[in-house]
Design a protein around this ligand. Structure first.
Ligand code: PEP
Ligand code: MN
Length: 449
């Protein structure tokens, strides 16, 4: 095959490559007809938003912005409810306010939402009391209940996921356009905890200071600083179920090339980052900014090949490496990757995901993460990048705006026994609103200029 023909790309090119983590649909014709319907439905985002985000990520890559990416491990259709969506938006806004204030940098806000419905799993099946069923792969594929009906992959879920993503997007866009995120009024974002949290005093002081500086700048400028009355919010999800991603990959009149218009910023998960696999092949051809998770088992050669395939022209803002090593492993693995990427001349945005390398089980078998491990990995990440002359341009977190008990530690020092009180996630443990805000305050503290 000539170089050119092997490099040709179309939204379905991935189908010629091995695609791991895909469900086995019992009815291939039903899947095909659903994908065809999805292909005709309007997209969820636009190419110009995608391009605007890419420009912001290019600035983050240069250290001029900081990326806050966060949301559920797995969204669920049942949780597509206004208070849950608004609270998640609020906690992300509050965190970004803390980061803007502490780091004196503009923050790029990216939700893990409006499409985070597919999950990679370590086993294809699950066995309980002698019964073996397909594993739960996220609401995009099936349902978590342990029954044959719930676990059978249902193609119709692709249409439902698209609709729920659109409902979520519509609400988020409405809130933001209506001034929900106006920095002049951070008091609107108060979650109930602000009144009785151990962090309340610090947070309030920061909000007051920010309000003062905003008024000061407006006095100097003689007009309102309109840039602060609006914020951008972008969406991201793991590009896992490739039939879904393909159906929403479009060409549009305004921008050349193919765009995945189901989300602004798809990422490739650690289990699907094989350089010869279908996920890398799919992501190679779209114009969106792309993230790739980088774990402790990935060699320098592997990471360099990913950079070469996913960003051959070194386009600014195009490629994000999201390292997720674990607090005990980051010091050993990250420095050599940073050195190798730099030596090869690849320009990337580095983001730290301190969640996925720090998952563990309690004595009674509950999946959790310790706040101190999460904080330790982020702290080490800043130090390592600084030492290597590189830039940590953001964090990637699993969090919720609710008072759940899924991660231990934090200001209220949740213990293993507390986890049962409000353990709600269907997949990975998330920071609750207070732990999320505390983490933002700690990150701001580390970086205070
Ligand atoms: C995730 O982000 O939920 C996830 C599964 O991450 P990773 O691919 O890094 O394990
Ligand atoms: Mn997860």
């Amino acid at each position: 095959m000539s170089m050119e023909s092997s490099n040709l790309w179309l939204p379905d090119s991935w189908q010629k490559k091995p695609a791991v983590q895909q469900p086995q649909y019992p009815d291939a014709a039903a899947l095909a007809s659903t994908v065809e319907q999805l292909r005709l439905l309007p997209p969820l985002v636009t190419s110009w938003e995608v391009n605007a985000l890419k420009a912001q990520l290019a600035e983050a890559q240069e250290g001029r912005r900081f990326v806050l990416q966060g949301g559920d491990c797995a969204e669920s259709f049942a949780d597509c409810q206004s208070p849950l969506i608004a609270n998640r938006l609020k906690v992300l806004l509050q965190m970004s306010l803390v980061l803007v204030h502490g780091m004196q940098k503009r923050v790029v806000r990216v939700g893990r939402f409006a499409g985070q419905y597919a999950k990679p799993r370590s086993a294809d099946t699950e066995t309980k009391n002698g019964v073996t069923l397909p594993c739960y792969r996220g609401d995009l594929v099936n349902s978590p209940e342990f029954t044959e009906a719930a676990r059978t992959p249902n193609p119709y879920n692709l249409l439902r996921a698209h609709a729920y993503s659109a409902l979520t997007m519509n609400f988020v866009r409405g809130l933001i356009d209506g001034g929900f995120a106006d920095l002049h009024h951070p008091e609107y974002w108060d979650l109930a905890w602000v009144k009785h949290s151990p962090l309340a005093v610090d947070y309030q002081r920061m909000v007051d200071t920010l309000g003062d500086s905003l008024r000061f700048m407006e006095t100097l400028a003689g007009q309102s600083v309109s840039d602060f009355s609006r914020v951008d919010f972008y969406t991201s999800h793991e590009a896992l179920l490739l039939s879904y991603e393909q159906a929403l990959t479009r060409q549009v009149p305004r921008s050349p090339g193919w765009y995945n218009l189901s989300t602004h910023y798809p990422w490739i998960g650690m289990r699907t980052a094989d350089v010869n696999g279908a996920h890398v092949e799919y992501c190679r051809g779209i114009r969106n900014p792309i993230g790739v998770k980088v774990g402790p088992t990935m060699s320098k050669e592997w990471v360099l090949e990913l950079c070469a395939i996913l960003n051959p022209t070194n386009e600014p803002g195009r490629l994000t490496l999201i390292h997720r090593m674990g607090a005990g492993k980051i010091a050993q693995h990250l420095p050599q990757l940073i050195e190798a990427v730099r030596a090869a001349g690849h320009k990337v945005l580095w983001i730290c995901d301190p969640m996925h390398g720090n998952t563990q089980s309690t004595a009674s078998g509950v999946k959790t993460r310790r706040f101190d491990d999460i904080l330790s990995e982020v702290t080490q990440a800043f130090e390592i990048h600084a030492r290597c002359g590189s830039i940590l341009g953001g964090v990637h977190l699993e969090l919720t705006g609710e008072d759940v008990t899924e991660c231990t530690g934090g200001a209220r020092n949740l213990a293993d026994e507390d986890l049962q009180r409000a353990y709600k996630t269907t997949v990975d443990p998330r920071l609750n609103y207070e732990q999320a805000l505390e983490l933002a305050m700690k990150i701001a503290g580390i970086n205070r200029t």
